[in-house]
Design a protein around this ligand. Structure first.
Ligand SMILES: [Zn+2]
Length: 258
């Protein structure tokens, strides 16, 4: 969606631009207040446009990870094009922010059959793209190779499903109203408590431009406070969870991507 098609839709574009420009500083302050580390999946076009905002994410101790360059839909790209996007993103992360990320979340939430092995061969440690598990798992890999870890997310914890509204284009499809904020907070806290009760892996799909708006920050504040009430939760970045998962299974997990 950052491929130029939005040039003719500036109103929609500015909905997204609100993220790095206004919402992100607010979210970083809230995360700092709760001493909560996070992983930010960033299209590298955004890194080019708002380099200083993205540098602030790293300075605050959070992780950054791959999310396409123009937020490309990986399911529509050939493996060659997918690789080109990854290479371009790596170059931008390296030159603008001085880091080489280890994680990937597919823009659009889907990919092609070749993507997991392409990511593994590219040196990616984990993906957070699929939906069907509440524990870390490994994508199939050849004998002797370190597998790609999958840290699945869920629609239940995607802020688009309850808080996004765009008149034109109508996205997400089939959704056109914003939910009651009190209900969203209750739902999200219930989601966390359910996972906590069973001792599972839990993550979110939150977008600064959607949930780090002034009134909505109270939802995140309430959610983070609920999480913080527990002293038996490992709050960490996805990379740390991927490393732990590999170590538990007897794989080497310490290697830095390059
Ligand atoms: Zn995205």
């Amino acid at each position: 969606m950052l491929d130029g098609a939005l040039r003719h839709n500036p109103r929609y574009f500015t909905e997204g631009a609100y993220g790095p420009f206004r919402a992100l500083p607010r979210l970083l302050d809230l995360l700092a207040r709760h001493e909560m580390p996070a992983t930010f999946f960033i299209p590298t076009w955004v890194v080019e446009q708002w380099t200083e905002s993205c540098a602030a994410i790293l300075r605050a101790g959070h992780e950054v990870a791959y999310h396409g360059h123009h937020h490309e839909f990986f399911r529509d790209l050939t493996p060659e094009r997918q690789l080109e996007v990854m290479q371009r993103s790596r170059e931008v992360f390296r030159s603008r922010l001085g880091v080489v990320p280890s994680g990937f979340r597919t823009p659009s939430g889907d990919w092609t059959a070749q993507t997991p092995s392409l990511l593994r061969e590219f040196g990616i440690r984990y993906s957070s793209s699929m939906r069907g598990e509440d524990r870390p798992y490994f994508h199939p890999a050849p004998e002797g190779a370190v597998p790609l870890v999958e840290l699945a997310g869920r629609w239940d914890m995607d802020d688009y499903t309850s808080l996004a509204y765009f008149e034109d284009p109508a996205f997400p499809t089939g959704h056109d109203r914003i939910s009651d904020y009190r209900a969203v907070l209750a739902n999200w806290c219930a989601e966390f408590e359910g996972y906590h009760a069973e001792g599972l892996f839990w993550t979110t799909i939150l977008h600064p431009k959607v949930s780090a708006k002034p009134a909505r920050l109270a939802i995140l504040d309430g959610l983070f406070s609920t999480i913080r009430k527990h002293d038996d939760v490992w709050l960490t970045t996805l990379d740390q969870i991927a490393r732990w998962s590999l170590q538990q299974a007897g794989y080497p997990a310490g290697q830095e991507p390059s």
